[in-house]
Design a protein around this ligand. Structure first.
Ligand code: WT7
Length: 667
């Protein structure tokens, strides 16, 4: 076990004003949240509007044990509400109509705007009416593939207002990925933009969408209409000539400009009252086998959880300015750019660009410009900024910061300490928030001003979350130790099912350890009861915060007609956290050459997305297989890092393969 790390006490100034200000208070509240969830969450529910209340005895109901029947999770059954109403109308009625909901900062520093709660409500109503005019009704799925512009939250909330289910695909996925997802969720409409700038790179989003609609067509699903935001043409400061010759492909009768549709649309729209367990949105995530899963989140529980985690984990107070750098296309963006902040009437920043444009100090210039109080980003971003040293942040006043968040992967102590010292000046609390697309919001996290911090540990469970560690046989690991990270009871914000495939939901998350939700991560618990998430225990890997499965990449590689077999493993990477290392066996009598390597890279980019591009593709005349034909991946992982300590290989059908693979490593 590693030596005891240093513990960092929260700044007393932060503690004195925090919602939860001592660890004793945390433990007390935590106990209440586990023993009487209906009391804990009932208090949070009180701040929201319920068209119909639920009876206290129905507040929460579940079955986590597959041997006792289907897995089911229900919160506040019988209640009806509308999330959009709670986020917008309620805040406007409470006198926050003129408060800023979003400061929008474009890719170029001269491009910015803002939106008040009142204006946001009007725009959402207008777009809700547009969707209705296109025949979208409660329960229909709406696909969204958009850059980080203000139309993105408007589109999401318009869906929520009329009870349509938004299904956002991060606008870095390829057309194939988008087409497959639209087919899986049977999306009627696709909302996108003509294009977007990322740094100096122009992304042709509508072109990708056209190819995706075609892909869906091939798969037998027709996307009826596509609504397009004219983003490139309306705003390109600094690029006045850069977009010359930019073309947005168009299909009459299927494609519609956002601004044309909005022009005569009424700025009022009565909300659709939704049952507590009606679907709110779905979001695809990779599975260790098979195609991506449509993780489904529902209405009431998600609202409570997004609201509570946002407020408490970031200690958000009126007049604070919150900034989460995540793209809205990920769960972090759904919960902490959209639903959590708006449920609290908060002011946030939405940033379209990258940390490196026009210069490496862009993040800090934005923190300074908007006087950001809570900043939330990913370790991979920190590592890539850190390498430019301390000078870029020193150019700016970062004195407004109180809380610094981290999410997406374990944060290495070096990045943690840099964040703490150089960005936070040792006065900010760092919240290393562990969660998943499936968990909807933070499940293990420190609380600012409250939890003593340890670099690299997500520390303690959030309220209502009951983590446990299990060994391979399913026995509980008590006290200090390591094991599979599972949860023993549901919290309001967890996923309810895999869209259209409840069986897959049950087998993926509930079959390995009956009675528990299995995260797929491993974790260690130290003597203080703090959790240290160690990473995936399945064949999944995390490249710059993007979760993907090795099998997903392998199946793309083997699509190439010159490839006979492929095996992919994860290798540690200094910036990305992990990267893909691929072993390729060409067809018999075919050779392995540079042409094949570059074609394979292109194939992965096209089929999955640019972020999935492998770092290394090496020739494997054969793969290390057991006599039963199972690839010994631990051996491949050793070869990837050039570690000769491969352990026992006597069960391999052909041990000499290992030596050959070491010899074939590219430099
Ligand atoms: C996986 C979930 C959570 C939003 C972004 C990713 C890893 C996430 C942490 C953290 C250690 C973390 C886990 C998890 N992960 N946050 N603070 N410490 N690991 O969502 O794509 O569903 O990925 O990301 O491995 O299972 P996702």
């Amino acid at each position: 076990m590693p030596s005891e790390p240093q513990v960092y006490k929260p700044d007393p100034k932060l503690s004195s004003s925090a919602y939860v200000s001592t660890i004793e208070q945390y433990h007390e509240l935590y106990k209440q949240s586990i023993d009487t969830p209906e009391v804990f969450w009932g208090n949070i529910a009180k701040q929201f509007y319920w068209e119909q209340q639920c009876e206290p005895k129905n507040f929460f109901n579940y079955n986590f044990d597959i041997s006792k029947g289907p897995i089911s999770i229900k919160w506040m059954e019988g209640a009806t509400t509308n999330i959009c109403y709670n986020l917008l109308d309620r805040n406007v009625k409470n006198g926050h109509g003129d408060s800023i909901a979003y400061y929008w900062e474009g890719n170029h520093p001269d491009d910015s705007s803002r939106l008040t709660y009142r204006k946001l409500l009007q725009e959402v109503c207008r777009f809700a009416n547009v969707l209705k005019a296109h025949g979208i009704k409660k329960g229909d799925r709406v696909a969204i593939y958009m850059p980080m512009t203000l139309e993105l939250p408007i589109a999401m909330l318009a869906c929520a207002r009329i009870g349509a289910v938004h299904s956002i695909v991060f606008a870095g996925f390829s057309s194939d990925s988008l087409g497959e997802r639209m087919t899986d969720c049977q999306a009627k409409v696709l909302i996108t933009a003509d294009g977007a700038w990322r740094g100096e790179k122009l992304l042709h989003l509508k072109k990708i969408c056209d190819a995706a609609i075609e892909k869906a067509d091939e798969l037998g699903h027709k996307v009826e209409c596509c609504i397009v935001v004219s983003h490139i043409n309306r705003s390109t400061p600094g690029f006045e000539n850069g977009a010359d010759g930019f073309e947005c492909p168009w299909t009459e009768d299927r494609d519609f400009w956002w601004h044309d549709e909005m022009e005569d649309s009424e700025p009022a729209c009565y909300p659709e009252w939704m049952s507590a367990e009606d679907p709110l949105f779905m979001l695809y995530t990779s599975g260790s086998t098979g195609k991506p899963k449509g993780v489904l989140h529902t209405t009431a529980g998600y609202l409570l959880y997004a609201a509570a985690t946002f407020k408490i984990v970031f200690d958000y107070k009126p007049n604070d300015v919150f900034w989460c750098t995540a793209d809205i296309g990920w769960i972090t963006g759904h919960t902490y750019v959209l639903y959590g902040p708006l449920a609290n009437g908060a002011t946030s920043v939405i940033f379209e660009g990258t940390p490196f444009y026009p210069d490496n100090d862009r993040y800090w210039s934005i923190v300074d410009k908007y006087k950001v109080t809570q900043f939330y980003t990913a370790p991979t971003a920190l590592r890539s900024i850190m390498k430019f040293g301390d000078e870029p942040p020193k150019r700016h006043d970062l004195g407004t910061l109180k809380v610094l968040g981290s999410v997406g992967e374990p944060i290495n102590p070096e990045a943690w300490l840099w964040y703490y010292r150089v960005i936070g000046k040792e006065k900010c609390s760092i919240v290393d928030t562990f969660f998943q697309t499936e968990t909807g919001g933070h499940v293990i996290t420190p609380l600012p001003g409250c939890t003593p911090m340890k670099p690299g540990s997500a520390t303690y469970p959030f309220f209502g979350v009951k983590p446990m560690l299990l060994d391979e046989g399913g026995a509980e690991v008590h006290g200090e130790g390591e094991g599979y990270l599972v949860f023993a009871q549901p919290w309001p914000g967890m996923m309810r099912t895999v869209f259209n495939n409840h069986e897959r939901f049950e087998t993926t998350y509930f079959s390995k350890f009956p009675g528990y939700y299995c995260t797929g991560d491993g974790a260690r618990r130290d003597a203080d009861g703090c959790y240290w998430v160690t990473g995936r225990v399945d064949d999944m890997l995390n490249v710059s915060g993007h979760l993907m499965s090795t099998s997903e990449v392998e199946s793309v590689l083997t699509e190439h007609k010159r490839v006979s077999e492929a095996a992919v493993v994860s290798r540690p990477h200094p910036l990305k956290g992990e990267c893909l290392y691929c072993f390729i066996t060409p067809n018999q009598n075919d050779k392995f050459d540079e042409k094949l390597v570059s074609e394979l890279k292109v194939l992965v980019r096209e089929r999955i997305g640019p972020f999935a591009q492998p770092d290394v593709i090496q020739h494997a005349p054969g793969l290390p297989k057991t006599r039963s034909g199972k690839i010994m991946r631990r051996v491949l992982r050793k070869i990837a890092v050039n570690d000769r300590d491969v352990g026992d290989t006597t069960t391999l059908a052909d041990e000499s393969i290992v030596e050959q693979l070491f010899a074939n490593r590219p430099n």
